[in-house]
Design a protein around this ligand. Structure first.
Ligand code: AMP
Ligand code: MG
Length: 419
């Protein structure tokens, strides 16, 4: 009979050499240097890329004073109390300025966005006038300078618009287009290689034999990575054999900036990932006091960051979102996005033992009064992927929390804020 050495298992609530979630996050952050390399892309094709250079406005936006209303452009000095009449001598459309001069007692018809004539500085809304052929009678109280958008009111020439490290959003595409900029210098995409490990795994389309299961992790990872602007290298399934793992990890780490694997990081007899990581690269840590997702090997192989994610499908998603995603964002040179957290009332009681930080799956919903609350998805096993499908948030429970009663305020992390 072999000696029995107690090994850490998922059943332990607390374990001395596990890092806290915050410590693990800090270790990862400290190790990452953003990728180098940039490329020029046309504006539309720069969506979701990270700016390599800051953007400075080359022009005033708007480029000229223009009307904020459909109405009549006048000089403010013409305004008199209550009621006065001017003669309309022309018309200005957006894109078709009025060319002539406007003398005392005169005005022009003007449309929203049309350039203000030099002689005018005030616009009267058409709803406040009475029109009698070319005679325009203006009623009511009006202020000198009203209803005019000034040149450079949005952005001035030379003004700083967006920082290096900013990730381009749909709003930015419009903003940059308004500056007349056609091309951007952006950081290159991060390359991510991943594979599943496990002798029991079969691909969809294959018949399952006794003891086999379909590989789902590779599909979840494909989905999560596809929402990011990264190059994806899917390396398939690698069996639980040291040599096969060695070769796959070498190949992956030479092609990619980040390598992700699932499974084989625990303490089973066929879990070789951590051992091979130690052999080929450096292990930074491999245990975190969290649930799900305690065995998570993090380190470096060649020049690639390596995350050996756990095998259980929910653990894969939790550890990806909590650690690999922020690491990818940092690696891409992107400014750290704001962490979205909400404090809401949890209507379900939650059972938990103190000792590990838990990421329970929750559903944010609106009650009858329209107030946002959260409930758990129920059974929280790390193999129950359906809990992720029906969830729309994580309920974050601190290490020391030992369960909560119904109607307690909890912190949640909405999935919608994750990417
Ligand atoms: P492991 O960490 O390799 O022991 O895997 C933990 C559990 O997750 C086992 O029940 C595995 O069968 C399961 N598992 C591992 N990889 C996958 C995968 N790619 N798809 C679905 N389940 C998996
Ligand atoms: Mg395995």
């Amino acid at each position: 009979m072999a000696n029995f050495t107690p090994q850490p298992s998922c059943a332990d609530a607390h374990e001395a050499n596990s890092l806290s979630v915050a410590q693990a996050t800090q270790r990862i952050t400290d190790l990452i240097a953003p990728i180098k390399g940039s490329e020029t892309r046309s504006l539309r094709d720069a969506l979701d890329y990270v700016l390599h250079d800051e953007i400075i406005s080359p022009i005033n936006v708007p480029p000229h004073n223009n009307s904020a209303m459909d109405g009549y452009a006048i000089h403010g000095s013409a305004i008199q109390s209550d009621k006065f009449t001017l003669t309309q001598i022309g018309i200005a459309f957006a894109g078709q300025p009025f060319a002539g001069n406007i003398q005392q007692g005169e005005c022009i018809r003007i449309m929203t966005g049309a350039m203000m004539p030099e002689d005018c500085d005030t616009v009267i809304m058409q709803e406040h006038v009475e029109v009698n052929d070319v005679l325009i009678t203006i009623h009511g109280q009006h202020q000198h300078g009203q209803n005019v958008r000034m040149a450079g009111e949005d952005l001035r020439t030379g003004e700083h618009v967006l920082d290096e490290g900013h990730k381009i959003t749909p709003a930015d595409l419009g903003l940059i287009a308004s500056l007349g900029i056609a091309e951007l210098n952006v950081k290159r995409k991060v390359r991510v290689a991943f594979f599943s490990t496990g002798d029991e795994l079969r691909s969809i389309g294959d018949e399952l034999e006794a003891g086999q299961i379909y590989d789902s992790n590779r599909y979840t990872l494909h989905g999560m990575l596809s929402h990011l602007n990264v190059d994806i290298i899917d390396m398939g399934v690698v069996p639980d054999q040291k040599q096969a793992l060695r070769e796959a990890l070498q190949q992956a780490s030479k092609q990619a900036d980040m390598v992700l694997t699932t499974g084989g990081v625990s303490v089973g007899d066929a879990d070789y990932v951590k051992e091979i990581l130690e052999e080929l690269g450096q292990v930074s840590f491999w245990k975190i006091a969290m649930k799900p997702g305690r065995p998570l090997a993090f380190g470096i192989i060649n020049n690639a960051l390596f995350f050996g994610l756990p095998g259980n499908p929910v653990s894969v998603m939790v550890t990806f979102y909590q650690f690999a995603l922020p690491a990818l964002q940092q690696l891409s040179g992107q400014d750290a996005p704001m962490q979205q957290r909400l404090q809401v009332n949890c209507v379900s009681p939650i059972r938990k033992r103190a000792g590990r930080f838990e990421f329970q799956r929750g559903i944010l919903f609106q009650n009858d009064q329209g107030i946002t609350q959260v409930k758990t998805t129920g059974e929280q096993g790390s193999g129950i992927l359906r809990s992720m499908s029906i969830a729309n948030c994580f309920i974050l429970l601190e290490e020391q929390c030992d369960g909560i009663a119904a109607n307690t305020t909890v912190t949640v992390q909405p999935f919608s804020g994750l990417i």
